[in-house]
Ligand binder design. Structure first.
Ligand code: HEC
Length: 399
């Protein structure tokens, strides 16, 4: 595919993916809030477990929470399943467009693991599917007997996944894959473990049998998992904008800490809606956030050196010209493995002004993290990164 076609595919699929994702997560958050808001009706009504009043767009809505009763079926029943499916399909397409079809420049970092594009793609797909199989196995066997054991194993798996991904793929790809794996668990939970149970209860009701409500119990466990994964997954999806997270030396730890932040906030939100706020959970969430912020603080220092010791700009310019400008030029001439007809993100390093105007970002992308050069295709050295950092430190104003 040509670079321009790939750009358009990226734009349209991403646009769709975000809409589908809002639709899915939006309805999922809505249903959790709704579920937590039911109160028993003032005068008992047959088959009604709880009711709630809502206001929206000029009307009032009375929603009843009901059990399916044998032989009593509504004419019309809305299912919420396609939004999750469309989000997943477009997400996998985006994974291919951005990570598989770009020669490995986004997926592989030879400093992390020197693997071929083919190996990386097989690992990527294998992990997305394999993690679901493993997670499902745990929760169909041990997890069914003891939720504690299931949870402990899942959390251990999460740590292993974070560590493994960041030692297999480039930082940005590792974060996206963490999100892709969790997102896949969520969608598969919906299709394979939540919907079939509901369908079974419906069939029972249709056939005039009393539905087996314990079906709902295991589905509920998966539903709770999905609830906790929502916020972390959303961060992983936007993580590519934050090289201070995915480009950090201990990026696996940052990944896990941000999972704690997102999961913790969601836990608090749910408990608060139920009228029993779990304030304690804010402590680990806040602690994890403070730890992440502290870890990613730029190691900026202003260094006063005598004129004679100052690193001359020409030295810096030479590094940037060799390692960055091939992509960051008004007419890029990228190394093999990358295709650009426009400077990425509009960033151009051709003149001294352009370079000086971007020193904050150069530090974030190429000194404090190894996010740039992309896939290190231009093979920058450690010494060159260090020199860039020292030069930036010497520019005063604590840049
Ligand atoms: C192989 C091509 C390539 C090379 C070489 C490269 N970059 Fe980039 N750069 C990119 C791409 C692609 C993006 C856009 C990434 C994205 O979509 O997030 C980018 C984005 C950036 C951004 C913008 C980030 C933002 O917040 O918008 C900066 C700054 C940057 N690069 C700095 C550098 C520096 C400094 C070097 C050299 C040390 C470098 N790049 C080398 C491809 C490259």
């Amino acid at each position: 595919m040509s670079a321009a076609a790939l750009d358009w595919a990226n734009l349209l699929v991403r646009w769709f993916h975000v809409i589908a994702g809002i639709w899915w997560i939006g309805s999922s958050l809505y249903f959790v809030t709704l579920d937590n808001s039911f109160k028993p009706p003032k005068e008992p009504k047959d088959g009604v477990d709880g009711e709630t009043f809502m206001v929206h767009g000029g009307f009032y809505y009375l929603v009843e929470k009901r059990f399916m009763q044998p032989g009593k079926m509504p004419d019309r029943l809305l299912w919420f399943k396609w939004e999750a499916t469309f989000t997943w399909i477009s997400g996998m397409m985006l994974l291919a467009i951005v990570y598989y079809f770009t020669g490995g420049s986004y997926l592989i970092d030879s400093k992390v693991a020197d693997i071929t594009l083919q190996q990386a793609v097989v690992a990527s797909l294998g992990l997305v599917i394999g993690c679901w199989l493993l997670y499902d196995l745990v929760w169909q066997t041990l997890g069914k007997k003891s939720e504690k054991i299931g949870t402990a194993l899942s959390l251990a798996g999460l740590v292993g996944l974070a560590y493994g991904l960041t030692h297999l793929f480039s930082g940005r790809a590792a974060f996206i894959h963490f999100g892709a794996v969790l997102g896949t668990l969520m969608v598969a939970n919906v299709w394979i473990r939540i919907l079939p149970g509901q369908r079974k209860m419906l069939e029972d009701a249709l056939a005039g049998r009393t539905p087996d409500y314990s079906q709902g119990k295991y589905a509920k466990v998966r539903s709770v998992h999905n609830s906790y994964m929502t916020f972390p997954v959303i961060f992983m999806m936007i993580s590519n904008h934050f090289p201070n997270t995915f480009g950090h030396q201990q990026n696996w730890l940052i990944m896990l800490l941000l999972f704690v932040v997102g999961g913790g906030v969601r836990h608090f939100q749910i408990s608060e809606e139920r009228g029993n706020p779990a304030y304690w959970v804010l402590a680990p969430a806040l602690l994890a956030l403070v730890a992440t912020v502290t870890m990613t603080l730029p190691k900026t220092k202003t260094v006063d050196v005598s004129e004679a010791d100052k690193i001359p700009f020409t030295k810096v310019q030479r590094i940037i010209l060799e390692r960055c400008t091939p992509c960051h030029a008004s007419q890029p001439y990228p190394p093999p493995g990358a295709k650009y007809t426009e400077p990425p993100n509009g960033v151009v390093f051709e003149t001294e002004e352009q370079i000086r105007a971007m020193i904050h970002k150069i530090r974030a992308q190429a000194v404090d993290s190894a996010a740039m050069p992309l896939g290190n295709l231009t093979r920058i050295t450690k010494e060159e990164r260090k020199l860039l950092g020292e030069w930036i430190d010497q520019q005063g104003s604590g840049s």
